[in-house]
Design a protein around this ligand. Structure first.
Ligand SMILES: NC(=O)c1ccc[n+]([C@@H]2O[C@H](COP(=O)([O-])OP(=O)(O)OC[C@H]3O[C@@H](n4cnc5c(N)ncnc54)[C@H](O)[C@@H]3O)[C@@H](O)[C@H]2O)c1
Length: 449
């Protein structure tokens, strides 16, 4: 279906309802292409897709979707015309460009949107998409604050939209096999989990640049949006790697990487929320224009285990399981069980038994079905109206511990959390700060709490 149609435009969902009603009422003539013969997907099966944030990751998600026979790229939005134009040019037969995401979301012919803006925008734009009835592929980190996390989850539920958070490694065969192994009980009781992401940016970090006027056309006011205003710095706009050096725009490298990594233990051990969150860190070694910590250590207390997180930008040693010693980025999760230790990363997992405690234990059979691909799963779910695996109701269990670790870092003290009430307890200041104050004219949507 060519999507830039004159009004009135209808969504795939409306098309289904209308044609079903019409078919029941009278015989209608439908062209062959509309029936999906000759190898084409019928309009009722096509998904009209938009994108908000046309940087590297958004374009990668869009490419994965646009390669599917049932997707039509209908609309794109970016506040930087150069970025926007790349997508509009690529899909020029069907795609219209927008500067303001609110206008894109008003398009009635749009079924779903990829949101791949910098993290400080995620909650507001996701909730706006929910209100507009659009299904969402929302890049990680889902949010930066407890209030945002719960509000996005609640908005998705309230408006009945389909949402997948962009932790694509969740779709991997390796994570599936690791989950099966953990769940087999072979490791025995697991009392501690250690997760980490380490790399060496020292001492120069992302570098230095004099503040100057934004490039032609880039709307800096809309890029900064609800975050505190800062002078334009060309370094921050490059990509997510660079956003991660600025606290207000990313929360640093913990939300930058941990959503992919702590997802595995939370999935495998079916963890709910932690009850205590302690964290410490600082900017110790890096000397660049950023302001985020270069080292961050977190301790989460769950009812039956503790989990720790280490983010270091000053040293990339991966403990003892990860082969060569050359400096490079390393990440992983150690599961410390009574019978043995598992180290898992994106690509593999290894198990080291405690003596002969794992003797005779067999590798569990495969039980978790293969993923069709993270974006494809979302597209399938748009059609089936079932939530995908990384929907916000699941992903708040990943996001909430991370955003509370940032709050603990900011306040320099342990946060206590009531998992049933989903509230911070015994700390009025922390509870207040958990819901952010946005820069005017943006307002936090308190109606979703
Ligand atoms: N899942 C992954 O493996 C992965 C990898 C990299 C990045 N990411 C995530 O993807 C997101 C984007 O990262 P990136 O590397 O593409 O960043 P980027 O800076 O390259 O792209 C972000 C784009 O959003 C645009 N933008 C900013 N404010 C906007 C607004 N109000 N409306 C519309 N567009 C706006 C920017 O101009 C920019 O083009 C981040 O949340 C990042 O954490 C995920």
């Amino acid at each position: 279906m060519i999507t830039d149609l004159p009004t009135p435009q209808i969504t795939r969902r409306q098309f289904l309802q209308t044609t079903a009603a019409a078919a029941a009422a009278m015989p209608i003539l439908i062209p062959v292409s509309a029936l999906g013969r000759e190898g084409s997907t019928p309009p009722s099966g096509r998904i009209n897709l938009g994108i908000i944030g046309c940087g590297g990751m958004g374009r990668s998600n869009l490419g994965a979707c646009a390669g599917q026979a049932d997707v039509v790229v209908t609309a794109a939005c970016d506040v930087w015309p150069d970025r926007l134009q790349q997508v509009v040019n690529q899909f020029k037969a069907t795609c219209k460009g927008f500067h303001d995401f609110r206008e894109l979301l008003q398009r009635t012919d749009l079924d779903g949107v990829i949101i791949a803006t910098p993290p400080h925008w995620h909650a507001l734009q996701a909730i706006a998409a929910c209100k507009a009835g659009k299904d969402i592929y929302l890049q990680k980190p889902m949010t930066l604050h407890l209030g945002e996390s719960l509000a996005v989850r609640n908005a998705v539920k309230k408006h009945g939209v389909i949402c997948q958070v962009g932790t694509q490694i969740h779709a991997s065969a390796n994570y599936r096999r690791a989950v099966e192994f953990i769940r087999s009980g072979n490791l025995g009781g697991i009392g501690a989990v250690r997760a980490f992401n380490v790399m060496n940016q020292a001492p120069g970090g992302v570098g230095h640049s004099a503040n100057h006027l934004p490039p032609q056309g880039l709307d800096w006011e809309m890029w900064v949006g609800p975050a505190p205003m800062m002078p334009f710095n060309p370094l921050i706009v490059q990509d997510a790697y660079n956003h991660c050096s600025w606290m207000d725009f990313s929360g640093g490298w913990t939300p930058g990487m941990a959503p992919h990594i702590t997802d595995l233990p939370i999935w495998a051990l079916d963890l709910g929320y932690p009850t205590e969150i302690s964290s410490s860190g600082g900017r110790f070694v890096l000397q660049d224009d950023g302001d985020a910590y270069d080292n961050h250590e977190v301790l989460w207390r769950y009812p039956n285990l503790t989990m720790t997180w280490m983010s270091s930008l000053t040293n990339s040693f991966g403990f003892d399981f990860q082969g060569d010693l050359a400096p490079r980025r390393r990440l992983g999760i150690y599961f410390h069980g009574a019978n043995g230790t598992m180290l898992a990363d994106y690509d593999m997992f290894k198990v080291v038994p405690e003596g002969d405690r794992m003797k005779g234990r067999e590798t569990p059979p495969q039980s978790i079905p293969a993923s069709p691909g993270h974006e494809r799963e979302w597209l399938d779910c748009i059609k089936s109206r079932q939530q995908p695996s990384c929907n916000p109701a699941y992903h708040t269990r990943v996001d909430v511990p991370l955003v509370l670790s940032l709050l603990s870092l900011k306040l320099g003290r342990t946060i206590r959390f009531d998992p049933k009430l989903e509230k911070i307890t015994g700390d009025a200041e922390a509870a207040k700060l958990a819901t952010p104050k946005y820069r005017s004219p943006w307002k936090f949507p308190t109606e979703y709490l």
